[in-house]
Design a protein around this ligand. Structure first.
Ligand code: SAH
Length: 469
């Protein structure tokens, strides 16, 4: 097989990034946007010895699982990877991916997985056109310029940093588009330059929008390569007319980096945060704080985490706690909770959230989980005459890279009866499960939750308990 070869291909499998996989005489071909069951015409773009990457030229026979995308940009955009696959198949794919990782990387026996894995929690019932859309409470649009020098907002074309204009994302809420267009018109009128990555010039880099589904409060945060936004009073006047507008801020990011947010937030209108509910817990959310993007599925995710943790007067550590979301759910079940989070603004939100809900049986620590917990453990031993710190339950919800070994070691030392692992990357979950299984813990329950329909991402909750000695 050579570059530019054109051939017919039947798609028989799917890769971890949602790409279709087919074989021609033993040669494996990966094709973006192709769905299992499609017969396609493909053109080889990159040829390696045993495998290659091809472009989808034409669909000859569509798969029974192929659906028309809701968004016309679905293929170009890096945001959705599997929008052309039926939602039912998406769920099957995600379930298989989680199981595959737990078996292969985690070494969890297949028979055990058969017994303990509950079916994936999908989002079918909030269906739109047979699949869930418009679920995201947060949108982050990069801002740039078109060839004529007009400001544009949109998304990065898959894996690149060129911006394709599109202000109506099928995963976001309707008001996003109105806000973006208002900002772009303002920029044009007042000649405010979008940021240019290559030249490290210009002002507006990103627009971050958050929407509280329950409270209908809106937050707009403009990420700027400056200390101030010229004529901001005009923009603020216009944005404030939008019903529900609650918080308008600037985030200062003057670094040459592709990290979206800088550390500094300046309030330019309203208050610095919006509030929202998950279940009956009220949360305040600041621009820099992490907050789950799909509120419908988040409630299910947290309920599952709480169910695995078990209610009652227990000592629980909630590591990587963000604004204290899971912590407060647990505290409401009478647990005595210690939360740990690295972003100072999120810790502040977490403390305020406890107050806001009149919850007292919770305490938050700012710092890295892999430093705070080991230090606590050591200090405890020193100040308690050699007695070791113990936790009944430890909950972790790390970012994609999973937990540091230093943290896992201390967790094992604290001998919790239960470890509840909430994960947004089942590969690192599996790696950490392997570590814990080798040190006296066994996975006894697990369930995937689809927080991110139409993308390849999936959340997983796993319960591990201490094996009998
Ligand atoms: N449980 C929360 C947050 C989960 S996201 C929720 O569901 O809302 C992961 C969180 O871990 C983020 O808030 C991030 O800021 C934080 N974080 C990242 N690295 C960390 C570390 N090393 N120690 C503690 N927190 C960390």
């Amino acid at each position: 097989m050579q570059k530019n070869d054109i051939f017919n291909l039947e798609i028989t499998d799917i890769g971890v990034n949602g790409e279709g996989i087919g074989k021609v005489e033993g040669y494996t071909v990966f094709v973006k946007d192709a769905v299992i069951g499609d017969v396609i015409e493909a053109k080889l773009m990159k040829a390696k010895k045993n495998y290659g990457y091809a472009r989808l030229v034409k669909i000859l026979t569509p798969s029974p699982d192929r659906v028309a995308p809701v968004c016309p940009m679905a293929r170009k955009c890096g945001g959705c990877q599997i929008q052309e696959m039926s939602y039912k198949k998406q769920l099957e794919f995600k379930e298989k991916k989680v199981r595959g990782n737990l078996a292969r990387i985690g070494g969890v026996p297949e028979e055990l997985l058969d017994r303990i894995m509950a079916p994936i929690v999908g989002m079918e019932e909030s269906a739109y056109l047979g699949a869930p859309f418009y679920y995201r409470n947060k949108a982050q649009f990069p801002v740039g310029e078109d060839k004529e020098g007009n400001p544009i907002a949109g998304f990065y074309a898959g894996r690149t940093h060129s911006i394709i204009p599109n202000t109506s994302c099928a995963l976001g809420v309707e008001v996003d588009e109105r806000i973006l267009n208002l900002i772009l018109d303002f920029m044009k009128e007042y000649k405010i330059k979008p940021y240019n990555e290559t030249a490290h010039e210009g002002i507006v880099r990103h627009v971050l929008i958050r929407y509280g589904f329950r409270t209908k409060e809106i937050m707009v945060c403009l990420v700027v390569n400056a200390e101030k936004l010229p004529h901001s009073e005009i923009l603020v006047g216009r944005l404030a007319e939008i019903e529900g507008m609650t918080s308008i801020t600037l985030n200062v990011n003057k670094d040459r980096t592709n990290v979206i947010l800088g550390d500094k937030v300046k309030l330019i209108w309203g208050q610095e945060y919006i509030t929202d509910y998950i279940g009956n817990v009220k949360y305040q959310i600041s621009p820099l704080s992490f907050y789950q993007v799909n509120p419908v599925q988040t409630e299910r995710l947290y309920r599952l985490a709480v169910e695995y943790a078990g209610a009652g007067e227990k000592t629980v550590w909630d590591l990587y706690c963000g604004i204290g979301t899971i912590s407060l759910f647990l505290a409401k079940e009478r647990c005595r909770v210690y939360g740990v989070e690295v972003v100072p603004q999120a810790v502040e939100d977490a403390r305020n959230n406890a107050r806001l809900n009149g919850i007292e049986n919770v305490e938050f620590f700012a710092g890295k989980a892999e430093e705070v917990l080991p230090e606590y453990y050591e200090e405890y031993e020193k100040s308690h005459g050699g007695e070791k710190a113990h936790a009944d339950v430890i909950v972790v919800d790390p970012p994609r890279k999973g937990c540091e070994e230093e943290l896992l070691r201390t967790m094992v030392d604290m001998r919790p009866e239960r470890i509840v692992y909430v994960s947004c990357d089942s590969a690192t979950l599996a790696r950490d499960v392997k570590y814990l299984r080798e040190r006296g813990y066994e996975m006894v329950e697990g369930r995937a939750v689809d927080q991110f329909p139409h993308t390849v991402h999936v959340e997983t909750v796993a319960l591990l308990t201490k094996k009998a000695q």
